[in-house]
Write a protein that binds this ligand. Structure first.
Ligand SMILES: Cc1cc2nc3c(=O)[nH]c(=O)nc-3n(C[C@H](O)[C@H](O)[C@H](O)COP(=O)(O)OP(=O)(O)OC[C@H]3O[C@@H](n4cnc5c(N)ncnc54)[C@H](O)[C@@H]3O)c2cc1C
Length: 514
């Protein structure tokens, strides 16, 4: 049974304390608003804090320093190419909003103490454009939260927004939320509500309805990505665009546990002094020296290189059974193993190949490469080694006979690549590796002011959507566009909501249907 409802009123209510929500809150608060951020989790993080952390931007001082000539128009053209067929359905005004403002967003983030390395190149971007955050993506959350708190933003954790409240005139007036202990709290907004609650990669029912059953089974990285913003927005007349567009699952290893040296590094605040030192190290120290340190700050889910399989590694499930990729993308094969995941198995020859350039195992976050010996040294939670297959099987807890059978079947089927036959001890296992669904791309349709609009294009007064929640039909393909959009749309919505008139009609409020 619920206790009596409590009401809290502020100028702006932001639903979701990830990258886009915090950006909205900081911008609105810096313009004088009294802001409340509602976050369902017990910490601020979101997909933003779990991400690799790269932002694609054109015309930055970082590019100029490296002699890279780039413009937002060129970025716009590249974006269209990267979008492929979807470009026809995207809103070019929103693409312009992104490419024209993202360089300023980087400067804005920098003004809060967030530091970047690069830019580095990554096709199909036609020039180096990826600005990689140092030391890792938790820096975004750390500095934005600090700034928000300094500006007096009220951050409320462990509270989940459930539905929107509208006035009789159809203006969004606030949101009804539920606390962990099942109390109902209503947050009223005098100026507007900004939906910043991310994507729906963790919502099986929505994935099944909007994408398909297979995708609905894929494991999400962000367990809080329930599509609440999309559902709430639709319930007051909003429209979802690109509901069926999702990023192909990618094979990933979980981030390090918070123990030992790496645990300590993860707890260090990503201060200006620390990131400045790391930036200097990246520019001046040999790759090998800086690599281990950078790896310690990585909070994202590292993605092992598919090239391991080209060189003869095999994939086994938790029962030791072989799963070959034959004609299916290996990432999908891993994703089909579900929550249990599997292990990548290799031998000494493979270990040697993947112990030096150019054969890295993973990229730690776009700034340094990690080789097998880095995993061997620093990631004992996901790297295992043994002199025999039997001993390796025992270490990773799969039946030894099954693992031996998997290796011999792989040899017979000649799935092992040239030069390797998985016959040289010691053997290693990397895992558990899972095929995670990074994100879905269906978001509320928004206009260039980031207002949620109805099917007929009319804005819903008092309602904004940003980040994944307000992708507005942008697929945001190509590395670095999602974070660029999250921070840019958040920042601009925080500004736009302040231009809105106050809601003076505090009269009858209606709950949206659920
Ligand atoms: C592993 C990984 C790597 C990535 N790497 C990159 C990259 O390098 N570059 C790039 O551009 N993009 C990258 N992305 C994508 C990018 O991180 C996201 O698109 C972006 O962070 C989305 O920001 P957001 O603010 O919309 O959502 P989030 O950061 O997920 O924030 C949403 C917040 O809302 C909260 N919430 C949800 N429901 C409710 C509710 N009902 N009430 C209250 N709070 C709620 C959530 O807990 C969360 O804190 C990556 C994503 C992942 C998972």
């Amino acid at each position: 049974m619920m206790n009596a409802a409590k009401q809290i009123e502020s100028d702006v209510v932001v639903v979701g304390g990830g990258g886009s929500g915090l950006a909205s809150a900081v911008e609105a608060a810096s313009l004088g608003a009294d802001v409340t951020v509602i976050e369902t989790a017990d910490v601020l993080r979101g997909s933003t804090g779990l991400s690799v952390g790269s932002i694609a931007a054109a015309g930055t001082p970082d590019q100029a320093r490296l002699g890279i000539r780039d413009t937002s128009s060129r970025h716009f053209d590249d974006y269209q190419i990267i979008s492929g067929d979807l470009a026809r359905t995207e809103n070019p005004d929103l693409v312009r909003l992104l490419v024209d403002n993202v360089a300023d967003t980087i400067a804005w983030l920098r003004s809060m103490g967030i530091e970047f390395f690069g830019p580095v190149g990554e096709p199909p971007h036609s020039v180096p454009r990826l600005h990689n955050v140092l030391p890792g993506s938790r820096s975004y959350i750390y500095h934005l939260e600090r700034r928000a708190r300094k500006l007096g933003v009220n951050i409320v954790l462990n509270v989940t927004a459930r539905r929107l409240l509208t006035t009789d005139a159809g203006r969004v007036r606030g949101t009804v939320c539920i606390t962990r202990d099942n109390r109902s709290v209503t947050f009223l907004a005098r100026k507007g509500v900004i939906l910043a609650a991310g994507d729906f990669s963790a919502n099986q029912a929505l994935k099944c309805e909007w994408i398909n059953k297979t995708v609905s089974q894929f494991v999400p990285i962000n367990v809080y990505a329930n599509g609440d913003a999309q559902t709430m927005g639709m319930n007051v007349g909003g429209q979802i665009l690109n509901a069926d567009v999702f990023d192909v699952p990618s094979m990933r290893l979980a981030p390090p546990r918070k123990e030992g040296l790496y645990g300590l590094l993860q707890r260090l605040p990503p201060s200006r002094a620390l990131t400045g030192l790391l930036g200097w190290g990246l520019r001046n120290l040999p790759d090998q020296l800086i690599r281990t340190l950078i790896m310690g700050f990585v909070t994202t889910y590292l993605s092992p290189s598919e090239a391991l399989f080209d060189h003869g590694a095999i994939l086994v499930d938790r029962d030791g059974r072989l799963h070959a990729s034959t004609d299916t993308n290996i990432n999908i094969v891993v994703a089909r193993l579900g929550e249990a995941g599997g292990y990548i198995i290799g031998d000494r020859k493979l270990r040697e190949i993947f112990s030096r350039a150019p054969n890295y195992v993973a990229t730690a976050p776009g700034v340094a490469h990690a080789y097998l010996q880095d995993f061997r040294r620093a990631r004992r939670d996901v790297y295992f080694e043994a002199p025999t297959l039997e001993a390796l099987a025992n270490k990773i807890g799969v039946p030894a006979k099954a693992l031996q059978l998997a290796v011999s079947s792989a040899k017979e089927a000649a799935t092992a690549g040239p030069g390797t036959a998985l016959d040289s001890a010691p053997y290693f296992a990397l895992g558990p590796v899972r095929g995670y669904l990074i994100q879905t791309n269906g978001g509320l349709r928004v206009n260039s002011r980031l207002e949620v609009v109805r099917r007929d294009g009319r804005p819903i007064p008092g309602l904004y959507a940003v980040g994944n929640a307000g992708q507005g039909g942008l697929a945001l393909f190509g590395h670095g566009h999602h974070l660029g959009w999250a921070f840019t749309s958040g920042r601009l919505a925080g500004r736009n909501v302040m231009a809105d008139p106050d809601e003076t009609d505090s009269g009858a409020c209606r709950r949206s249907r659920r």
